[in-house]
Design a protein around this ligand. Structure first.
Ligand code: HEC
Length: 120
């Protein structure tokens, strides 16, 4: 059986559209999972800095939902803190470096996820 020609470009366009849309959603879901697994115990499920382990920290994690405060922190800074830890960036050493645990791309997704707690 011969393949019908007009359909092929449509399928290709559809596949491209799906491919363009999917990775973003998959990354966001992965970032959310990573956050809930590794970060929420200090930073809180909703980023308010009130996770179960936060009480034991001498410096409390800030409220990621506080848009005014978060506006003053650049994505680069957040990336560096997550990758290299608080101490290397003049913050609390309780914030460990995650460079061994995450690829740079995953850290960028975590930054986006942390940003999403500020609802404007
Ligand atoms: C053991 C508790 C703990 C865990 C786990 C933790 N953090 Fe932190 N985090 C902190 C503390 C404490 C600070 C620094 C607060 C300060 O010094 O002002 C911080 C700072 C940060 C900052 C810098 C923003 C700022 O406050 O200036 C970001 C971004 C961040 N953490 C993201 C994450 C992400 C993403 C994860 C998970 C991969 C994570 N943290 C895991 C405790 C933690």
């Amino acid at each position: 059986m011969k393949k019908s020609k007009p359909l092929a470009p449509t399928i290709l366009a559809l596949a491209a559209a799906i491919a363009a849309a999917l990775p973003v959603r998959a990354d966001t879901a992965a970032a959310q999972k990573n956050y809930q697994t590794f970060c929420a115990k200090c930073h809180g499920d909703s980023g308010n800095g009130n996770g179960s382990a936060a009480a034991t920290l001498s410096t409390k994690p800030r409220d990621f939902a506080d848009c005014a405060a978060m506006q003053k922190i650049s994505n680069d800074t957040m990336f560096n803190v997550i990758k290299n830890g608080g101490k290397a960036n003049g913050l609390s050493g309780d914030m460990q470096a995650w460079s061994d645990g995450f690829e740079d791309s995953e850290i960028h997704e975590l930054v986006s996820y942390v940003r999403s707690f500020c609802k404007k």
